[in-house]
Design a protein around this ligand. Structure first.
Ligand code: HEC
Ligand code: HEC
Length: 266
């Protein structure tokens, strides 16, 4: 019961972007309405523009004169290392970096290792400006395909177990876990939003997603950081293994879901 009161206190305190005095609307309807409105006004969805920007970066030369397309082919559709369908199998263990990587970390690794970017220069905000559009573009190359993440390599199994542990771990002063909000109270409607059920909605299939409430494209790393911030727990830095682990857990639960990127969420 204590937990339940804590959650309700949090929800009604406005911490989660909820405020009194607003007309109660159906959150799913609200998302549809916003999407239609943006399409009418702009003629195109912001997320699609960001994917297009990612495609431009994909063909742009890095410090060493190579571009992503040099290895992965024009539009990521090369004969040798095509990226079509790649996102639907990530996170994954990669031998060249000896790491299990999510989309963000894989792209950052390729930028450093193969395009000659200085790791220091792209580890922060400047890097996000390129990596987020690139992630959106690369993920969109798997559109229409089914999520199919396997746990073949021991490091992949280990990452999945760590992710599961993190999902259920109670953390911070508020003593929350991902599971408490998203399994236990998932589906609860609170004003303009419904607490998502990431496992049931096969959440990885529609991320990276455009968040209209913030007018920003977010990868799943941004989303995870956002949730830790809500419960006042130190956010894991970008590209930290905790992001990879939680995504491994959510990705396995997303298996069978059809990729539809960029997503459009509140
Ligand atoms: C010099 C060659 C090279 C360049 C340039 C390069 N990569 Fe890669 N990339 C690789 C290699 C090697 C792998 C690992 C392949 C494997 O083990 O399956 C890889 C893997 C990937 C994967 C995962 C593919 C999969 O099937 O799981 C993605 C996504 C990716 N790269 C994106 C990019 C992006 C975006 C860029 C530009 C910023 C880029 N790469 C530039 C060589 C390159
Ligand atoms: C206090 C409750 C709470 C906790 C704890 C929490 N989240 Fe969330 N999460 C939210 C809310 C609220 C949203 C939706 C935000 C919005 O609509 O603006 C959300 C959104 C998400 C989404 C996107 C869902 C979708 O359908 O687009 C994912 C994925 C997610 N959270 C993962 C996590 C993970 C992983 C953890 C644990 C590290 C976590 N959350 C912890 C409240 C929580």
């Amino acid at each position: 019961m204590v937990i339940r009161y804590a959650l309700i206190a949090l929800l009604t305190s406005g911490m989660l972007g909820v405020s009194f005095g607003e007309e109660i609307k159906d959150p799913a309807e609200e998302v549809k309405k916003q999407k239609k409105l943006l399409l009418e006004v702009m003629g195109v969805l912001p997320g699609d523009l960001i994917a297009e920007e990612g495609k431009e970066y994909f063909h742009k030369k890095g410090p060493n004169g190579k571009s992503c397309a040099s290895c992965h082919g024009k539009d990521g559709k090369g004969e040798k290392m095509p990226l079509v369908g790649a996102y639907a199998t990530m996170p994954k263990y990669y031998k060249d970096i000896d790491k299990v990587a999510d989309l963000d970390l894989r792209i950052k690794s390729c930028m450093e290792k193969y395009l000659g970017y200085d790791p220091k220069k792209i580890s922060g905000k400047a890097g996000r400006k390129i990596i987020v559009p690139l992630a959106t573009y690369v993920a969109s190359l798997s559109n229409g395909m089914k999520f199919n993440v396997k746990l073949d390599h021991p490091k992949e199994k280990e990452m999945f177990e760590k992710g599961k542990e993190l999902w259920y771990a109670r953390v911070g002063k508020m003593d929350f876990s991902c599971a408490m909000c998203h399994d236990k109270y998932g589906g609860y409607r609170i004003r303009l939003q419904t607490l998502a059920k990431p496992k049931e909605s096969k959440v990885m299939r529609y991320w990276p997603a455009y968040r209209y409430s913030k007018d920003k494209m977010w990868t799943m790393e941004d989303r995870i950081r956002g949730c830790y911030k809500q419960i006042k727990v130190t956010k894991p830095p970008f590209y930290h293994w905790a992001h990879v682990a939680l995504q491994m857990y959510m990705a396995v639960n997303s298996n069978g879901g059809v990729v539809e990127v960029p997503g459009f969420v509140r």
